[in-house]
Design a protein around this ligand. Structure first.
Ligand code: PLP
Length: 367
């Protein structure tokens, strides 16, 4: 008997998520030393974590036999103060992907629709399909979200809209005025998830103001993560900010202990370390300039990015990726995002970016 046939059709139709290759896996496959491998494939923070977060983790380990606080009390207070939202407007997740999934589980079911863009973050189709709902893909416009296309795609069955701003893997950003004009036209009974995983990497003038819009637009869910600029990807912690009634629904489908105690303690400490985020921002600006200058020098096209990664175009991306791997450099192929001619590279440390560009130059010159 084929056991997979026991799962519903809509589950069997899901294409599994393809993450960045772990360093340990490449080391095994290629017989390389882990220390010689550069991973620029998952948009992680090359500076690591805040020293304050490290201390908080060390402190909490003594208590690890206890269940975590299921309501994340201390973290809720910290987020509430930092972002000036009421405690009951905050939902915590095991990574912000958890928030995306909670939104889907709370508001989607078979027969209703979620809208997202072509080339948008792969988790939107995953969470939509997992609950048997229908994903509606709006063709991108020059790799960016086409918000007019979103408005046209709305039907009476639409419950959720997912928008990544900036988007991964394209790095494109929707201007604030354009986003606000869009929200004004979205029916009030359609929830809009604004996934702002990379907001900390935006310059002051471009940073999102969506949190201040929560009173005007009761139908938005703002999703934030500690995985990127805060450097806590391995701990899995993110949060959503939304109307209290919406938060109430997400909390009903949330597992009681979805956020572990180390993640909670590290997140509280991270929020109190603006200096670390500022250093991460500055390092990213410098690294992005280094990478884009490298692409110019090699004559490679890239999509200007507002985040901590950039997608660039090569001839035969699969072959280039394979050669990068053989030389101990992990980037991300994005054929599964309908971008078969592109590779996505995360901004790393100066030395990591230099190593990537050097190996890439070698490969391109041999092509
Ligand atoms: C990396 C990323 C996230 C973060 O996911 P976590 O579950 O918080 O680690 C969310 N959205 C987008 C678009 C991303 O690229």
């Amino acid at each position: 008997m084929n056991l997979s046939s026991l799962a519903p059709d809509y589950i069997r139709a899901i294409a599994p998520y393809q993450g960045g290759k772990p360093i340990s896996e490449l080391a095994r496959e290629m017989g390389l030393n882990e220390a010689d491998i550069v991973k620029l494939a998952s948009n992680e923070n090359p500076l690591g974590i805040s020293p304050k977060a490290q201390m908080a983790i060390d402190d909490v380990i003594a208590d690890i036999a206890r269940y975590p606080d299921g309501n994340s009390f201390a973290l809720r207070e910290a987020v509430s103060q930092k972002f000036n939202v009421a405690p009951n407007q905050i939902v915590f997740g095991n990574g912000s992907n958890d928030i995306l999934e909670l939104a889907a589980r709370a508001f989607l079911h078979a027969g209703c629709e979620a809208i997202y863009s072509q080339h948008a973050f792969a988790v939107y189709p995953l969470v939509t399909q997992a609950v048997g709902a229908t994903g509606v893909v709006v063709p991108a416009q020059n790799y960016a979200h086409d918000l007019d296309g979103f408005l046209t795609a709305i039907t009476p069955r639409t419950r959720l809209i997912f928008i990544a701003n900036p988007n991964n893997p394209t790095g494109t950003l929707i201007a604030k005025a354009e986003l606000k004009a869009f929200l004004k036209q979205v029916p009030k009974n359609v929830l809009v998830v604004l996934d702002e995983a990379y907001d900390e990497y935006l310059s002051a003038e471009h940073k999102s103001e969506a949190i201040r819009w929560l009173n005007e637009f009761e139908n938005i869910i703002i999703s934030r993560t500690f995985s990127k600029a805060y450097g806590l990807a391995g701990l899995r912690i993110g949060f959503g900010l939304m109307h209290a009634d919406v938060a109430d629904m997400l909390n009903r489908v949330r597992q009681p202990f979805n956020v572990n105690s180390m993640a909670q303690a590290a997140a509280v400490a991270s929020l109190a370390d603006d200096d670390f985020v500022a250093r991460s921002y500055a390092a990213n600006q410098a690294g992005m300039a280094q990478l884009t200058q490298g692409f110019h020098k090699l004559g490679l096209e890239y999509i200007p990015s507002s985040a901590n990664f950039v997608s660039f175009k090569v001839q035969d991306a699969a072959a280039v990726n394979q050669l990068l791997l053989q030389n101990g450099v992990i980037v991300r192929p994005i054929a599964n995002y309908e971008m078969p001619d592109y590779l996505r590279v995360s901004v790393g440390l100066f030395s990591e970016n230099a190593r990537f560009l050097q190996v890439l130059e070698h490969i391109i010159n041999k092509q």
